[in-house]
Design a protein around this ligand. Structure first.
Ligand SMILES: [Zn+2]
Length: 143
């Protein structure tokens, strides 16, 4: 990504490839989409050229509910990358999605102290540049 398209976001960004572009395009559109094997139905994540369950290459991009639970999390207090120096402490959470995959993200909208394993969360999208919206999770609304 050039400096022209991301003048103010100084943190590392995903490298968009032909393989992962549908994922990032969906995030930009406010949808969480992942590869679904059309041979066996397995949701592939991380993105892969073949299904890890049945080795089929047949795939479609399917929209997920965006709901899940906090499977695990940690709070970073140390600055491991200078771009994040103003963010510490921040949480990194592994989210168990309803459809099966687990993904790393952050729980937002609550203090780090209140994040708990098992919390029910829903995806929100953080448009950090014009091209990239990062999926993060917030406590799910009740009802
Ligand atoms: Zn499969």
């Amino acid at each position: 990504m050039s400096a022209e398209t991301a003048p103010s976001y100084a943190k590392p960004l995903p490298v968009i490839t032909p393989e992962n572009k549908p994922f990032w395009d969906a995030c930009k559109a406010g949808e969480l989409r992942m590869q679904r094997c059309t041979a066996c139905g397995h949701i592939r994540y991380p993105i892969n050229l073949v299904c890890p369950q049945c080795l089929s290459a047949a795939v479609e991009w399917t929209r997920l509910s965006g709901r899940g639970t906090v499977f695990s999390y940690i709070v970073f207090h140390q600055v491991y990358h200078p771009a994040y120096k103003d963010d510490v402490p921040y949480n990194v959470a592994m989210i168990q999605l309803e459809e099966g995959p687990r993904m790393f993200s952050n729980v937002v909208g609550v203090s780090n102290d209140s994040v708990k394993v098992g919390d029910v969360v829903e995806v929100v999208f953080d448009p950090v540049t014009t091209e990239v919206s990062l999926p993060r999770f917030r406590p799910a609304r009740v009802g």
